[in-house]
Design a protein around this ligand. Structure first.
Ligand SMILES: NC(=O)c1ccc[n+]([C@@H]2O[C@H](COP(=O)([O-])OP(=O)(O)OC[C@H]3O[C@@H](n4cnc5c(N)ncnc54)[C@H](OP(=O)(O)O)[C@@H]3O)[C@@H](O)[C@H]2O)c1
Length: 271
């Protein structure tokens, strides 16, 4: 009898809500071990319960991804227990100009960049050395179509996602020969708690489940970029080629401001 296949281990940041929760539920199956990372313990427990009901085992990392020491300890312990096959960096925040502002403030810009870009790159470096030793692994970075469409209402968000996109595409080429896949996802509008605070038009919005399915299909196909919906993705790519005055004119109908972050549905517990 051939030995049982080792469990498939997947770590996901931002698993407590929206796209990350949908990815976790879709990945859940018997023989899988999922590490679910986020700040809200109660929502993580709920996602874990859903995943366990589909046969997966779950570990919960209730922490802030900007806390590099705690994230690194958690990922190291998980990798020692189950070598990580797939790491999905999905945690992110949207912030920018609020209704009473012309431009976002500096504190907001720093928080957005720390969460969406620096913490994601730090996390990659926590999992990459062991993947390189094993000469296998998959990394998914959830960026945004905003990476391709400079948003005057959220410049730091734009920069964080553009940075993540460039980083991911560059890293993909750097590690491909070592058997490691890097896939960058660029979702358009997705109906999640994040979209709820984007107070402006959200054309082409799709559900979190649909977004997760497209990201996982892109991962299975080892696509370098997974952009959706398709028409906005290609328009966004072309957008970078047109003269600035035309690009700016095209964006006029897309202005927005950011609403207050809704209070978390359940109390946070970062203990
Ligand atoms: N929704 C869209 O229209 C859209 C479009 C393009 C790209 N995206 C990207 O998709 C990703 C997921 O967003 P979403 O729409 O699913 O939003 P969401 O429902 O608000 O989920 C965001 C997730 O990120 C986690 N998170 C945020 N800051 C964190 C931190 N400092 N430490 C740990 N976890 C943190 C949240 O965890 P807690 O709540 O537990 O803190 C939550 O699980 C983000 O990177 C976002 O930029 C979203």
């Amino acid at each position: 009898m051939s030995p049982a296949a080792p469990p498939n281990a997947i770590a996901i940041t931002g698993a407590s809500s929206g796209i990350g929760a949908a990815l976790s539920r879709q990945l859940a199956q018997s023989g899988r071990v999922l590490a679910l990372i986020g700040r809200d313990r109660a929502r993580l427990e709920q996602v874990a319960a859903d995943c366990r009901s589909k046969g997966a085992s779950c570990r919960i990392g209730c922490l802030d991804v900007r806390d590099t020491a705690r994230l690194s300890d958690f990922l190291d312990a998980f990798d020692r227990e189950q070598p990580i096959d797939t790491f999905i960096s999905n945690a992110g925040i949207l912030d920018g100009r609020h209704a009473d502002q012309e431009v976002e403030d500096g504190k907001t810009a720093r928080l957005v960049l720390e969460t969406n870009l620096l913490a994601a790159i730090d996390a990659v470096h926590m999992v990459l050395p062991r993947m390189r030793q094993r000469r296998r692994g998959e990394i998914v970075l959830v960026a945004s179509l905003a990476a391709l469409v400079p948003l005057p209402d959220a410049p730091a968000y734009t920069a964080s996602k553009a940075g993540l996109l460039s980083y991911g595409v560059a890293l993909r080429d750097a590690v491909a020969a070592e058997g490691i896949k890097v896939v960058v996802a660029c979702p358009g509008y997705v109906s999640t708690a994040m979209a709820d605070i984007h107070l402006g038009p959200r054309p082409g919005e799709i559900s979190a489940d649909a977004a997760a399915a497209l990201i996982l299909r892109g991962l299975r196909r080892n696509k370098d970029l997974v952009g959706f919906p398709l028409v906005p993705f290609w328009l966004s790519r072309l957008n970078l080629l047109v003269p600035e005055f035309m690009r700016r004119r095209g964006l006029r109908g897309a202005r927005f401001h950011v609403g207050q972050n809704p209070p978390p549905a359940l109390p946070r517990d970062e203990s």
